[in-house]
Design a protein. Structure first.
Length: 706
C-alpha cells in the first residue's frame, strides 16, 4: 500500500486508487473529500504519472492554495507553486495569456474588477435598484455562454427587470470591448471559443494533461462543463469529486444535472461513495440525513458518523427576532465563558439582513465578529434609501439625503412620499416614518422573495437605528461596523450566509431565522432551499442550535418545515407560545473533550463495486410524484446525542447527566422521554431543569408538556 494511503479509510482508499478513465466520487459533509483528492494525486504519481501531467481544478483561490499546499506536503515537494492546481478562471486566463490573439485579445489582457464595472454605470448615471447585483446577473448570463443579445432573446416579453438587466449588460459589454478588457466571467467562454475556432490549439491545451481532477463538481456550470468535456474529448482521464446534496450556487448558473446525470452522460463511469462523516456528532449526522432524505432529485446515499462524540442539539422558537438575537448571543457568551475560542463559533443565516442585528448585539458586548458573504449591508440599496430618508426627514436640505437616495425614479418616489408624512417628533419617530416609506418602495409586482428580503432588511435597519439616540450616533455605529468588516480576524465569532459557509466547519453553529419565507425563501425551489439548510446544519462539529421567531418583518411567521424534518419524530423544542419560549438556548457541553472514533462500520458485501442508486432509481422506489413518501422515522436513540443508560443513578447528577438532560430537553416530546434518556425520576428531572435555569419553575416545565 502506498504510504499516504494508510491514512485513508477503505472507501476513501478505493476512490483514490481505482484505475478507470472516468470516475465520480460522491463525498458527503466531513467525509474527507480533500484528503481523498490528495490521495488520488499521490496514487497517480506513484503509479508513474508525471505530476506535471496531472491537473486539479477547483472554484476559489483559497481552495486551490490549500489543495496545492496539501499535495506538496504529501508528495514532499519543495515548491507547491509548480503543481498544476488552478481555479477554472485562473486556468482559462493562463491559456488566454499565452495565445491572446486566438481570442481576439491584445497582448496585455486587462481584467476588470467589480469597481470598474460599477464605474461604467456610474459615469452614465445608470442605477440598478432592482433585486441582486447587476454585475452578478451579467456574470451568471456569461457563465451560461450568453452575450447581451442572446440574453435579451431568452427573456420573457413581460420580464421588465430582465429587459432592464439586458440594457445594463449591453452597455457593460460595449465598455469592455472599447477598453479591450475582459472580466472574470469572460475567461472560460473566451477560451472555449478560441479552442473551437482553432482545433489545433484546442488539441494542444487538452494534450498537455493526462489526468484531470475536479473538486466541487456539483457546482459546475455550462461553460465549465464544456471545458471539462473538451479535456475528456482529448483522451484525458477524469476524476471528479462532489456532493449533489450540496449544490447551492444555481444563481451563479451551477447545474446539479451534470452530477445527477454523470452516469447517463458517461455510460462507462464508475461512482464511489465516501460514507463516513468525520466532522459531526451522531445526532447532527442523523438529523441531517433525515432532512436531506426529503429531496427526490438526489443520489440515495447511506452516510454514517465516524466519531462517537458528545455534543448538543437544541431547537428553540422565540417570540420575536430580538428575543432570538438576545438568547443566541447569550448562548455564545456561555460557550465563550466555558473556554471555547471565538473562532470556533458561527451564526449562519439565509439572508444577510438576518445577520445585521447580530452585528450590533456582539459589538455592544465587545465580542469580536467576522462577517462573511453579505458584505456591508449599509451599502445595499435598501440601506441607502433608508439612511437618505432619515437625512431628508431631519433636514430636507441635507445633501447627503440626495446622495443616499439617488436621482432615479425610486429616489424621487421616496422623496415625494416623505413630503407627505407628518413631522417627526423624535429620532425614533423618524425611523418609523423612514421604515414605512422605504419598506413600500419596492414595486408591488416584485417577486414574493424580493418583497420578503426587502422588508426584512428594512426592519433590521429600522431596529438598529431606533436603538441610537440620534443620527450622529447611528452614523458612528455604521462606521464602526464597517471598520469591523474591514478587519476580519480568525479569532472572531463568524456571522455568515450559508452560501459563504460552504466547505467550512465550527465546533458550535447557530442556524437562525428558520421560518417559512426566510429558510426556505418564499417562492424558491424547495429542494434547493433544503440543500441550503442541509449545508447549514452540517457545518457543526459538536454543538448545533436551530432557532426561529414567531414573527418577522411585522408579520406572523411559521416555523420552517426544515426544523421538523431535521428533528424527525422528536419534539422540536419550545414553541414561541410556551411560557419559557424566550429562555436561554440549552447548550453548553464541554467542547474540549476529544471525540472518540467509532467502531468501524461493517463492510457490506460487494461494497467496493456498489454504485449508489441514482435519482431515477430513488423516484422509482418512492413511487410517482405525489405518492406516499418513504417512512424516514428513526430509532429515538438516534435523535439524542447519546443512547439512554438504563442503569444510571437516579439521584446523583454528573456532568454527563447534565449534558444528556440539556440535549433531551431540546429534543424530547414529553417528560417521560427525558426521564428515559437521563435515567432519572420525573421529580429529579424537574428539579434539575430549574437548577440549570432551563425553565423558570417546575410548574412552567410541566406546562411545556401539558
Amino acid at each position: 500500500m502506498t504510504p499516504g494511503m494508510s491514512d485513508l479509510d477503505p472507501s476513501q482508499r478505493r476512490a483514490a486508487s481505482a484505475d478507470h478513465p472516468i470516475q465520480l466520487v460522491l463525498a458527503g459533509p466531513g467525509s474527507g473529500k480533500t484528503s481523498t483528492l490528495v490521495g488520488r494525486f499521490r496514487h497517480l504519481r506513484d503509479a508513474g504519472t508525471d505530476p506535471n501531467r496531472i491537473m486539479a481544478l477547483t472554484f476559489t483561490k483559497k481552495a486551490a492554495e490549500e489543495m496545492r499546499v496539501r499535495i506538496a506536503r504529501d508528495l514532499d515537494l519543495d515548491n507547491p507553486a509548480e503543481l498544476r492546481v488552478y481555479t477554472f478562471h485562473s486556468l482559462a486566463l493562463r491559456c488566454l495569456q499565452r495565445k491572446p490573439h486566438l481570442a481576439g485579445l491584445p497582448e496585455r489582457i486587462d481584467v476588470w474588477g467589480a469597481h470598474q464595472g460599477r464605474a461604467v454605470f456610474g459615469a452614465r448615471r445608470m442605477y440598478w435598484n432592482d433585486e441582486g447585483d447587476i454585475l452578478d446577473i451579467i456574470a451568471g448570463a456569461k457563465e451560461q455562454l450568453l452575450d447581451a443579445q442572446s440574453y435579451r432573446r431568452a427573456l420573457a416579453r413581460d420580464d421588465e427587470a430582465g429587459h432592464r438587466a439586458a440594457e445594463f449588460f449591453a452597455v457593460y459589454e460595449d465598455a469592455l470591448r472599447e477598453a479591450g478588457a475582459i472580466d472574470f466571467a469572460d475567461m472560460v467562454p473566451l477560451l472555449l471559443r478560441a479552442m473551437g475556432d482553432n482545433p489545433a490549439y484546442g488539441r494542444a491545451v487538452a494534450g498537455a494533461v493526462d489526468h484531470l481532477l475536479v473538486d466541487e463538481y456539483q457546482d459546475i456550470n455550462l461553460g465549465q462543463h464544456r471545458l471539462i468535456e473538451h479535456f475528456r474529448g482529448g483522451g484525458v482521464h477524469l476524476w471528479a469529486v462532489g456532493d449533489d446534496d450540496q449544490t447551492l450556487f444555481t444563481f451563479r448558473a451551477a447545474d446539479i444535472r451534470y452530477t445527477l446525470d454523470f452516469k447517463r452522460r458517461h455510460g462507462d463511469a464508475v461512482l464511489h461513495l465516501l460514507d463516513r462523516n468525520y466532522r459531526s456528532t451522531p445526532a447532527i449526522v442523523a438529523g441531517a440525513k433525515r432532512l436531506i432524505a426529503k429531496n427526490r432529485d438526489r443520489f440515495t446515499k447511506d452516510y454514517g458518523p465516524a466519531l462517537d462524540a458528545e455534543g448538543s442539539v437544541a431547537i428553540r422558537g422565540y417570540s420575536t427576532p430580538d428575543a432570538e438575537v438576545r438568547q443566541v448571543v447569550r448562548a455564545i457568551q456561555t460557550l465563550l465563558q466555558g473556554g471555547m475560542p471565538y473562532g470556533e463559533i458561527a451564526v449562519l443565516y439565509r439572508a444577510g439582513s438576518t445577520g445585521l442585528a447580530f452585528q450590533g448585539a456582539l459589538e455592544a458586548l465587545h465580542i469580536p465578529f467576522d462577517v462573511r458573504g453579505a458584505g456591508d449591508l449599509w451599502q445595499s440599496a435598501a440601506a441607502k434609501l433608508f439612511l437618505g430618508a432619515l437625512f431628508y426627514l431631519i433636514d430636507a436640505d441635507d445633501r447627503r439625503a440626495i446622495e443616499k437616495m439617488g436621482t432615479g425614479k425610486r429616489g424621487e418616489s421616496v422623496r415625494r412620499r416623505l413630503d407627505k408624512v407628518p413631522p417627526a417628533r423624535s429620532f425614533a419617530d423618524a425611523c418609523r416614518h423612514a421604515r414605512r416609506v422605504v419598506g413600500d418602495a419596492l414595486p408591488k409586482k416584485s417577486a414574493e422573495r424580493e418583497q420578503r428580503d426587502w422588508t426584512n432588511l428594512c426592519d433590521a435597519l429600522a431596529s438598529l437605528a431606533a436603538d441610537c439616540d440620534g443620527l450622529d450616533t447611528l452614523m458612528e455605529r455604521i462606521a464602526e461596523q464597517s471598520r469591523a468588516l474591514r478587519r476580519p480576524s480568525e479569532d472572531a465569532v463568524v456571522l455568515s450566509t450559508v452560501h459563504s459557509a460552504k466547505g467550512l466547519e465550527w465546533e458550535a453553529v447557530f442556524v437562525v431565522g428558520l421560518e417559512e419565507g426566510v429558510m426556505p425563501v418564499a417562492g424558491a425551489e424547495i429542494e434547493e432551499e433544503r440543500r441550503v439548510a442541509y449545508v447549514a446544519v452540517t457545518r457543526a462539529k459538536r454543538i448545533l442550535g436551530l432557532s426561529y421567531s414567531a414573527e418577522r418583518g411585522g408579520a406572523k411567521s411559521k416555523r420552517s418545515r426544515f426544523v421538523a424534518e431535521f428533528a424527525g419524530d422528536a419534539h422540536v423544542g419550545t414553541d414561541p407560545e410556551h411560557p419559557d419560549a424566550d429562555a436561554l438556548m440549552p447548550l453548553g457541553l464541554p467542547w474540549q473533550k476529544e471525540p472518540r472514533p467509532m467502531a468501524p462500520r461493517p463492510e457490506r458485501a460487494a461494497a467496493a463495486e456498489t454504485v449508489p442508486a441514482g435519482p431515477a432509481a430513488s423516484r422509482a422506489r418512492d413511487g410517482a410524484k405525489g405518492s406516499a413518501k418513504r417512512d424516514y422515522a428513526v430509532d429515538p436513540a438516534d435523535v439524542a446525542p447519546y443512547a439512554p443508560d438504563p442503569d444510571a443513578a437516579a439521584a446523583q447528577w454528573t456532568a454527563r447527566d447534565d449534558a444528556k438532560l440539556q440535549a433531551s430537553f431540546a429534543m424530547a416530546g414529553d417528560l417521560d422521554e427525558i426521564c428515559a434518556a437521563t435515567g432519572k425520576a420525573p421529580e429529579a428531572v424537574l428539579t434539575r431543569l430549574v437548577r440549570l435555569k432551563l425553565v423558570a419553575s417546575k410548574a412552567a416545565a410541566r406546562g411545556l408538556w401539558g
